[in-house]
Design a protein around this ligand. Sequence first.
Ligand SMILES: Cc1cc2nc3c(=O)[nH]c(=O)nc-3n(C[C@H](O)[C@H](O)[C@H](O)COP(=O)(O)OP(=O)(O)OC[C@H]3O[C@@H](n4cnc5c(N)ncnc54)[C@H](O)[C@@H]3O)c2cc1C
Length: 285
Amino acid sequence: METSSLAQRLSTRFVAGQTLDDALAVGRRINSEGITLTFDHLGESVTNLEEAAAARDVYLNTLSAIHDSGIQGNVSLKLTQFGLDISHDQCRANVEQLVARASQLKSFVRVDMESSEYTDRTLDLVKDLHQQYGRIGTVIQSYLYRSKDDVENLCSRGIRVRLCKGAYLEPATVAFRSKTDVDRNYVELMKLLLDKGEYPAFATHDEKMIVQTEEYVALKKIPRDAFEFQMLYGIRRDLQRRLVGEGYRLRLYVPFGGAWYPYYMRRLAERPANVFFILRNLFRQ
Ligand SMILES: Cc1cc2nc3c(=O)[nH]c(=O)nc-3n(C[C@H](O)[C@H](O)[C@H](O)COP(=O)(O)OP(=O)(O)OC[C@H]3O[C@@H](n4cnc5c(N)ncnc54)[C@H](O)[C@@H]3O)c2cc1C
């Protein structure tokens, strides 16, 4: 699928292309609509340290290219792609190089949150590098029971948090299973972050979560430049336009790279209607 030209054409709905140049072209278009972005180079767990070093180099080039092209954006990465499953020390060294570069360029590195077996290791690494460089933040998932404590802790250290619901299949021992509970916790953590957080980001396509955020911000008279909304490239473009039109800050998570297939299938699986959307467009072309 990843090398078929037809499949590549279909992937452009959610993926900015195979190369950094493709991603930069999409980035310029997004910026022209008043939206900032964070680039994600696709490819999750790596199987050896050479692959991890290669991922680090792609990210180093991406940060430099963002800077040189004047694009309003930063990067998001997964620690497993930087070698966390193979060597903690090497993974830390890879991320450190990137954060040091981000610090030189006055940019920012967001460490995505993976499944709960990585939560502690991710938070520890982020706290450690933040102490030294700043310029690094992470993600908290509202489906985990532990998240309120983690948010409190990150806020007390001035570390930026992106709040999302959580994308992995977790057991009931660690995570809420019902959408009602996950949403209730999302709203609670959203308020906590707006009250105590450092430039929080609210990553969701759920209009109910977004409306409650807008209401809380209005109630507390929180300025619109004190936080941002985030969405995935290609999803709920109607909602994206509405938020930007109303003067809210919006950042898109923009994936690119050759290993787009698993990411693309997750987006289709989240909402089967997307399959019909893609097919309809295919037959129109
Ligand atoms: C910027 C960003 C970064 C993220 N980073 C992480 C991370 O680091 N770790 C992590 O675990 N998860 C991450 N996620 C994923 C997140 O945890 C959710 O799995 C995902 O966003 C779906 O949840 P939702 O909040 O959009 O609401 P849901 O309750 O899943 O959906 C609400 C509504 O959103 C719309 N919607 C949702 N998905 C789609 C779709 N694929 N196509 C079209 N419409 C859709 C539909 O209208 C749906 O009814 C991130 C999400 C975003 C937007």
